[in-house]
Design a protein around this ligand. Sequence first.
Ligand SMILES: C[S@@+](CC[C@H](N)C(=O)[O-])C[C@H]1O[C@@H](n2cnc3c(N)ncnc32)[C@H](O)[C@@H]1O
Length: 293
Amino acid sequence: MSLQKVLTQTNMKCVPDGLHHIEVIYEYVQEAFPQECDNEVVCDTGWADSPEWQHKVRNALQTLKGKGRIHKTGLERGYWRVQVNLDGKALLDACCGARSIWFDKEHAAALYMDIREEEPGTIKLQPGWSVEPDIIGDYRDMVFEDESFWHIMWDIPHIMEAKGGIMLQKYGKLGHGWKDDVARGFNECWRVLKPFGTLVFKWCDLSISTNEMMAQFPVIPLHGTRTKKSVNEHGTYWILFFKLPREMEMYQEIWKMVFNCMALLADGCEDSLEEAIDTMRSAMLNLQQKALV
Ligand SMILES: C[S@@+](CC[C@H](N)C(=O)[O-])C[C@H]1O[C@@H](n2cnc3c(N)ncnc32)[C@H](O)[C@@H]1O
């Protein structure tokens, strides 16, 4: 893949957040992609000769300008701000595609992300269809800070393998490394979700069963489509997760331990009771320490 494409598709991930002069950006790119940055290959079009790879870096910055992570407005000549500017966006669509599930496709509070862009006209039979995210990004490795959004919509591709066809064009595919991809994706969604925030996972069990998919996620959902009876064959499952603050999850765990101790006491299981009380004591200490920091 060309340097320019790598940089645009990864949202300049190799450059840390901050206000940087272009020369500093070159240094980060050179460090990340030494093979692609050959100073001997010079571009002599334009007003001054410069290494071809630097030209590609500037092109990538221009392409990404204003699309979520790269900003230029109001900055001194030669400077670029490399930072996700959420601009009050509280909602994230992590796989926006054509935004067809949205009632308001330009919701003012939403940031629309997808791993690709597709221009209108890509699908001849549906000339109006396009993928035009605000930010190109990968749900497995997001550029956002922890606890950035109140609500996340996560509608991943559901086809495992397909050689072609309109479904593949519109929705993409999962591929054989899907278990690792979705586990990483879930952890990333959870990381960028605020405590008390909601994550909606939308799923179609055409290639992979819903149980197998859900087994990859470390959190139990709150509610949603629970049984196959409530959807048609290969219908759509909507599943909602609610993120409790860690301390509240720990309280819940301790309550479960209290009830367990009470049950053991009632059953006269003294040996197991001692062990259960020890476990509860260390969980309480853990919680107390968390409260002190
Ligand atoms: C099922 S479609 C989403 C459809 C969309 N919700 C709509 O309403 O039109 C899945 C989308 O996920 C995108 N995608 C696939 N892998 C991704 C990844 N790793 N990160 C972000 N988006 C990805 C695909 O490009 C595709 O547009």
